[in-house]
Design a protein around this ligand. Structure first.
Ligand code: GUN
Length: 338
């Protein structure tokens, strides 16, 4: 287990979270530290509890909308029989129903043509009972995913993947955009962490590891909107440990199990782990097959010894994604009901 050396650790580890760090407590021992970042036992950010709260708020607001004659409607489109996609789509439908939404699922054959799929999307665009459309990814290889996503009306694009929504986010018009669910949920957890630690996000150094259109880039935009100083690191970044070691906020979204080492984390930093990776576990399960377990992109046990706050995997960012999908569907319905 990676811990700072006891001589460094003892004077400040049990000190108040808000106290300044000692001069030699950096990740690699040489980085500048922000006086805004404090040190203490890592606060665990409970994504399950926060997502349950979001879902309750969405359900309450949906009841208000229904009383005004509008029931939020979510259509989820699944092409093919990918088992993981089937699980995700099922969970989205159940969450929509639990929020009191009108929920429909369209399951299409894996051989569905591009034109049949876009025709369905256009039909959903024109359907007044549907406020949110989600086409589950990945799509079969013969389908151009970008073209399908661009067919979705930006006002119904509850994934926030349409270039119009990406553009609105990039110009800081978050109030008019539909924001991708995982980064939006990560931001709520980040605010929870900052509140628990008594910190302000403004001016903090944030490093997003991963540059995907779905997580890395929108996450960077949201952090920028909170006046963080944002770095996007990726597979070609030189000296990633040093880049991560400077960050007051680390968002890990690379999809590589436990790639971010605990020793890289600056003491007191907030760590948001977006990764959900299945890796071999120990021994055999009841079915006789080797056990597996879920881990994030961050080496959790080591990182929690240094971080000020950290999201666990599972139970951190994961549950927030579906909750934010419901929130986006509600938002889309509220905007259309105006
Ligand atoms: N596949 C995995 N995650 C997602 C997601 O957030 N949205 C869509 N549409 N497909 C996915």
């Amino acid at each position: 287990m990676e811990r700072p050396a006891p001589s460094v650790q003892q004077p400040w580890r049990r000190a108040s979270r808000l106290r300044k760090q000692p001069p030699n407590a950096g990740a690699a021992g040489s980085h500048e530290r922000s006086p805004t970042v404090a040190q203490g036992e890592a606060h665990l950010i409970d994504g399950k509890a926060v997502s349950a709260r979001v879902l309750e708020e969405v359900a309450a607001a949906a009841r208000d909308l229904v009383a005004r004659g509008v029931r939020p409607g979510l259509a989820v489109v699944l092409v093919g029989e990918d088992p993981a996609s089937q699980v995700y789509v099922g969970a989205k439908g159940r969450a929509a129903e639990s929020c009191g939404f009108h929920s429909v699922q369209h399951t299409l054959d894996a051989a569905t043509s591009q034109s049949d799929l876009t025709a369905l999307v256009e039909k959903l665009n024109a359907d007044p009972a549907i406020h949110g459309i989600l086409v589950q990814l990945p799509l079969p290889a013969h389908i151009d995913s970008s073209l399908v996503l661009e067919t979705i009306s930006p006002a119904k694009d509850v994934d926030g993947f349409h270039p119009v929504n990406a553009g609105l986010l990039a110009i800081g018009e978050t109030g008019r955009a539909l924001v991708p669910c995982t980064p939006a949920g990560s931001m709520i957890l980040l605010h929870e962490a900052a509140k628990a630690l008594g910190l302000k996000l403004s001016g903090m150094d944030a490093v997003v590891v991963g540059r995907s259109n779905i997580v890395g880039k929108p996450m960077a935009q949201l952090l920028l909107a909170e006046s963080c100083t944002v770095t996007i690191a990726h597979s070609r970044t030189r000296d990633l440990p040093a880049v991560v070691g400077r960050a007051d906020i680390v968002v890990a979204a690379v999809g590589r199990p436990e790639m971010i080492e605990g020793a890289w984390i600056k003491p007191g930093a907030i760590v948001i782990d977006v990764g959900i990776n299945r890796v071999p576990g120990e021994g055999l399960g009841k079915n006789g097959k080797p056990k597996t377990r879920l881990v994030g992109d961050v080496a959790f046990e080591a990182a929690r010894q240094r971080a000020g706050a950290i999201t666990p995997v599972p139970g951190g960012v994961g549950p927030m994604t579906i909750a934010m999908l419901m929130k986006n569907t509600l938002t889309a319905a509220q905007r259309m009901a105006r």
